[in-house]
Design a protein around this ligand. Structure first.
Ligand code: NAP
Length: 473
């Protein structure tokens, strides 16, 4: 299969193509277009011209397009799940869940398209403001440059394209090089659903090359980026006065207090730690357990971890498959070795089986070990003890990241204290930090990013507020 670029409503050839291989088994999937600078400029021109066509669409027409895309995804659920499973090595069960979430994301975008509104402003609240009727409207920004990561290749594209189209913007999308096929599939669905040509363009290619063109071009009004903190920082520093939202990484922590129902909590936390091989931005990476229940917790956690099935992402019962790249595999191994050399106990995992990194549980890792203080993005978790919830909150906060955190407790006062003191974008009480539904505000503090997604909140980021004031006397 040859995957061309998608510019101005059609597939377009380019000069260079790269071989795309599935991370599990390394079989060839496609030859994928590597956009040149000129291709990206053509995509930006198409997107700019399409802003006029988008401006002619009413909000109910934009909503109908988004609803149709949700419908097409529903009709082709299995095909979409298999694309994700192959290019990302995401176990097919998880890939289907991602498609279902993507459908919800576009449905929420359709709902949001119908209710973008401003508010009246009481101008006479200030002396001199009398005799005026004033209100705000939200206008589209224009062309948005969207850059997406490999780990949710359909739903994270939806979190950018959904709100952008809902608000009447146009998009140049640069998907991750390992997972471009999901993005091209979505472009086809938007075309079929009636989105004007040029309103969504997809340009696969080198991140830095395509990214630099998007950042330098003044016709791009906003960059919306999801990915690693290193790239996010580079984008923030090189985008001039463009609006920028950054959804970056984390090393999410969860606190488990004494007295909670471990039979219920442990399986949830195992899911949060190992779903999609731990390659989720809100994967549970650090677990802090009250000292009185530590041994029982660890035993149950290991029991539950042993139930996970490793292997081919296309097999129905697979829970964990290959990491996204050989480099990530090697890095993961090095980090586990470092922690063990520094005194952590390897309670489970730390090896390779058929090229799959086994789910790894470390006990008492030091906060200075990379498995603790950096983002692991791999099936590694560590479990440490605490005496008081105050101490545990401090441990979770001892991080350069702050995306989401969780606490399991039966004590309302401890829960409320954690809600107040945890330095994160979202606190999950009696839930894993990995919990997300697609309409909730989502984003981080510290190195985890700036700005919020979740359709309503992304629409706010992707629109300009304009004030209109009528002088009535
Ligand atoms: P990544 O390496 O930062 O890549 C993300 C995207 O940026 C890819 O499309 C990549 O293209 C592109 N890119 C690379 N270098 C660039 C540059 N110099 N300028 C502009 N774009 C560039 O991240 P990843 O490995 O795909 O994804 C994992 C990271 O994403 C983790 O840190 C994870 O926590 C984070 N993440 C955050 C959220 C969130 O909502 N907070 C959600 C999911 C993932 P290439 O693929 O061509 O390199």
């Amino acid at each position: 299969m040859k995957q061309l670029l998608w510019i101005n409503g059609q597939y377009v050839e380019t000069e260079k193509y790269n071989e795309l291989k599935g991370p599990f088994g390394q079989e060839k999937i496609a030859d994928v277009a590597m956009a040149s600078e000129n291709d990206v400029l053509n995509a930006i021109s198409a997107a700019e011209e399409a802003t006029l066509k988008m401006a002619e669409l009413t909000s109910h027409q934009r909503a109908e397009i988004l609803e149709k895309v949700a419908g097409l995804l529903k009709d082709n659920r299995e095909e979409c799940a298999r694309i994700i499973a192959k290019e990302a090595a995401k176990p097919i069960k998880a890939a289907r869940t991602e498609v279902d979430r993507t459908i919800m994301t576009y449905k929420f975008a359709a709902n949001e398209a119908r209710r973008i509104h401003g508010e009246t402003v009481p101008m006479d609240a200030a002396p001199g403001g009398e005799g005026r009727l004033a209100f705000t409207v939200r206008e589209p920004l224009g062309v948005i440059g969207a850059i997406t990561p490999f780990n949710f290749p359909m739903n994270l594209v939806a979190h950018k394209v959904g709100p952008a189209v809902a608000a009447g913007n146009t998009v140049v999308l640069k998907p991750a090089s390992q997972t471009p096929l999901s993005a091209y599939k979505i472009a086809e669905y938007f075309h079929e659903a009636g989105l004007p040509s040029g309103a969504l363009n997809v340009v696969s290619g080198s991140g830095s090359k395509v990214g630099d063109v998007l950042m330098k071009d003044n016709r791009i009004k906003m960059i919306t980026f999801t990915g690693s903190p290193e790239v996010g920082k580079y984008i923030r520093e090189n985008s001039g006065l463009k609006r920028v939202t950054l959804e970056l990484g984390s090393n999410s922590g969860v606190i488990v207090d004494e007295g909670v129902n471990l039979e219920k909590a442990v399986p949830r936390i195992v899911t949060g730690a190992f779903a999609y091989q731990g390659q989720v931005c809100i994967s549970v990476q650090r677990i802090y357990v009250h000292e009185n229940i530590f041994d029982t917790f660890v035993e149950l956690f290991l029991q539950e971890t042993r139930k996970l099935k490793l292997g081919d992402p296309l097999h129905e019962d697979t829970d964990i498959s290959a990491l996204i790249s050989k480099n990530d595999f090697d890095r993961t191994k090095d980090w586990v070795n470092e922690a063990v050399e520094n005194g952590a106990v390897l309670a489970s995992g730390g090896e390779s089986r058929e090229g799959v990194f086994t789910p790894t549980v470390l006990l008492n890792a030091s906060p200075k070990d990379k498995v603790s203080c950096e983002e692991a993005f791999a099936p590694i978790v560590h479990i440490n003890k605490f005496k008081t919830v105050d101490e545990a909150i401090g441990m979770v906060n001892e991080s350069k990241y702050g995306l989401q955190a969780g606490i399991f407790t039966n004590d309302i006062n401890k829960a409320l204290k954690a809600a107040k003191k945890l330095e994160v974008g979202g606190v999950m009480i009696n839930e894993i930090p990995t919990f997300r539904v697609d309409q909730m505000p989502y984003g981080g503090v510290k190195l985890s990013g700036m700005g919020r997604e979740g359709i309503k909140y992304a629409v706010e980021e992707m629109t300009e507020l304009k004030l209109i004031s009528f002088k009535t006397e």
